[in-house]
Design a protein around this ligand. Structure first.
Ligand code: UGA
Length: 428
C-alpha cells in the first residue's frame, strides 16, 4: 500500500468497534483522524492510547500512530477541522426486528448543524450498516434540512460499508477483498477513490442503496453458508460421515470455496443475527418473502440445542449434574458475547437443573454481567472437573487440555478433545 497519496483530515463519528478500527487504520496510512464519541471516558482512553475494546493489534496502532489520531466529545472541532466524516454509529435491533436509526439520525443532525456554519465542501460517508434506501431517504434529507445546504453541491454523500471480522478487523481493513463505494455525486466518488487509491483490491463504484444491500446480502449469505453446512452436518452425523471432509471436498470447488463451511453450533456476534433479523423484518413490512434467510435463522436457533440432545444420550438427567462450558465469547479472539451460542446452551442447562462451571480466556467479565450466578473457573483445566464438558468456542488454548477420561461434547471441532473417554461432535 505504498505510493503517493493525498493526506486527508478525517473525522469518525462513533468510536465503537468499526469506527475505532477504521480511524486507527487511516491514522496508520498517514491521515489525520479525529474520533468523536459521546462517551467521555472512551475518548479519554483513546487519547491515552488504550483501546476501549479488545481487538488484536489495535493497541499497537493507537500508540504507534498517536500523532495521527485523537478523540473528542466535541463534534464542532472534529467536523470543522476535517474534510470527510465517516458515520460509524451503531444501528441496533429494535424489539420488532427493525433497526434503530436514532444514533444515525442524531449524529447526522449534529454534523449538519456544524456544516451550516462551515464554508467549505464536506463529504459525509455512512459506514454504519443501514438498510437499502437509508442514506438517500433518511440521511440526505436530514443533512439538507439542518445545514440549509444542498447535498451534491455543498455537501458530498457516500456509503462505504465495512466487512471487518472481529479479531482480525485491522488485517481485514488493510487487506480488504474489496472496497465498495456507493456515491451520490461524482465529487464524493472521486474523493473516496483518492482515499482508497493505494489499496490493492477491486474498488466497486455503485449507487448508495446497492452499497447498503451489498453489506446485508454478504452477511446473510455467509450466515446461510454456515447454516447450510450445519444442516448437511446434522445429516452427516446420522450417516457416520465426517462433515469436515465433506466441507473440504465442497470447498475445493472454486465456485463454493472452503471459507465459512465450519459446521458447529452456529453463528452469533453483533452482525449476522442483527442483519438477518433486519432483512426479514424489512421483507415482512414490504410484503416480500425471505424463505431462505428465515430458514437460515431457524437452523441457527436449533443448532446449539443439539449439543444438549447429544449430551443427554450420555447423561439423561441433567438435574444436579455439573456441566463444564469451555468458551463464552461468540467466537475466539474476542471478549464479545453478543448472541454467543453459549447463551441458549447455558439457558437450557439451567432450565434442566444442571450446575454450570464456565471458563473463557477473555469474555468472562462480560458474561458475568448477564449470568452473575454461574460458577466461573480461573482456568480451562478447572472446567474439566465436571460430569461432562461442552466446547462452545474454538479458543486455541482448549487444544492443549488433557481430556483423557472425560465426557466431551464438542460444538466447535477441537481435534485433541477426541482423546476423551467419550467424545462426540455436534455434526461429526
Ligand atoms: C461478520 C462478517 O464475517 C464480517 O465480514 C462483517 O463485516 C461483520 O460480521 C459485520 O457485519 O460487521 P464477525 O461477526 O466478526 O464478522 O464474525 P465472523 O468471523 O463472521 O463469525 C460469525 C459467527 O459465525 C461466529 O459465531 C463464528 O463462530 C461462526 N462461524 C463462522 C461458524 O460457525 N462457522 C464458520 O465456518 C465461520
Amino acid at each position: 500500500m505504498l505510493g503517493y497519496f493525498m493526506k486527508m483530515n478525517i473525522s469518525i463519528v462513533g468510536a465503537g468497534y468499526v469506527g475505532l478500527v477504521t480511524g486507527a487504520c487511516f491514522a496508520k496510512l498517514g491521515h489525520k483522524v479525529t474520533c468523536v464519541d459521546i462517551n467521555r471516558e472512551k475518548a479519554q482512553k483513546i487519547n491515552e492510547g488504550i483501546p476501549p475494546i479488545f481487538e488484536q493489534d489495535l493497541e499497537e496502532l493507537l500508540s504507534t500512530y498517536k500523532q495521527n489520531i485523537t478523540a473528542t466529545t466535541d463534534y464542532n472541532t472534529a467536523i470543522t477541522n476535517s474534510d470527510i466524516t465517516f458515520i460509524c454509529v451503531g444501528t441496533p435491533t429494535l424489539k420488532n426486528g427493525n433497526i434503530d436509526l436514532s444514533f444515525l439520525k442524531d449524529s447526522t443532525i449534529s454534523i449538519a448543524k456544524i456544516l451550516k456554519e462551515k464554508n467549505k465542501w464536506h463529504l459525509v460517508v455512512i459506514k454504519s450498516t443501514v438498510l437499502p434506501g437509508t442514506t438517500q431517504n433518511v440521511v440526505l434529507p436530514l443533512l439538507e434540512k439542518h445545514s440549509g445546504k444542498k447535498v451534491g453541491i455543498d455537501i458530498g454523500l457516500g456509503m462505504n460499508p465495512e466487512f471487518l471480522k472481529e479479531g482480525v478487523a485491522i488485517k481485514d481493513f488493510l487487506e480488504s477483498d474489496r472496497i465498495v463505494i456507493g456515491y451520490y455525486d461524482e465529487k464524493s466518488l472521486n474523493t473516496l477513490k483518492e482515499l482508497y487509491k493505494n489499496f490493492n483490491c477491486p474498488i466497486l463504484e455503485t449507487t448508495l442503496s446497492a452499497a447498503e444491500m451489498i453489506k446485508y446480502a454478504s452477511n446473510a449469505f455467509l450466515a446461510t453458508k454456515i447454516s447450510f453446512i450445519n444442516e448437511i452436518g446434522n445429516m452427516c452425523k446420522k450417516l457416520g460421515i465426517d462433515t469436515y471432509a465433506v466441507a473440504e471436498g465442497m470447498g475445493l470447488d472454486k465456485r463454493i470455496g472452503r471459507a465459512f463451511l465450519d459446521s458447529g453450533i452456529g453463528w452469533g456476534g453483533s452482525c449476522f443475527p442483527k442483519d438477518v433479523d433486519a432483512l426479514i423484518a424489512w421483507a415482512k413490512e414490504n410484503n416480500e418473502k425471505t424463505r431462505i434467510i428465515e430458514s437460515t435463522r431457524e437452523v441457527n436457533q436449533q443448532q446449539p440445542l443439539r449439543l444438549i440432545t447429544i449430551l443427554k444420550k450420555h447423561i439423561p438427567k441433567l438435574q444436579g449434574k455439573t456441566i463444564g462450558i469451555l468458551g463464552l465469547a461468540f467466537k475466539p479472539d474476542t471478549d464479545d458475547i453478543r448472541e454467543s451460542r453459549a447463551i441458549p446452551i447455558i439457558d437450557q442447562l439451567i432450565k434442566e437443573g444442571a450446575n454450570i462451571k464456565a471458563y473463557d480466556p477473555e469474555a468472562m467479565k462480560n458474561f458475568k454481567k448477564l449470568y452473575p450466578n454461574i460458577n466461573y473457573c480461573s482456568s480451562a483445566s478447572d472446567v474439566l472437573n465436571s460430569d461432562a464438558i461442552l466446547i462452545t468456542t474454538k479458543w486455541d488454548e482448549f487444544t492443549e487440555l488433557d481430556y483423557k477420561g472425560k465426557i466431551v461434547i464438542d460444538g466447535r471441532r477441537i481435534e485433541t478433545a477426541k482423546r476423551a473417554k467419550i467424545y462426540e461432535g455436534v455434526c461429526w
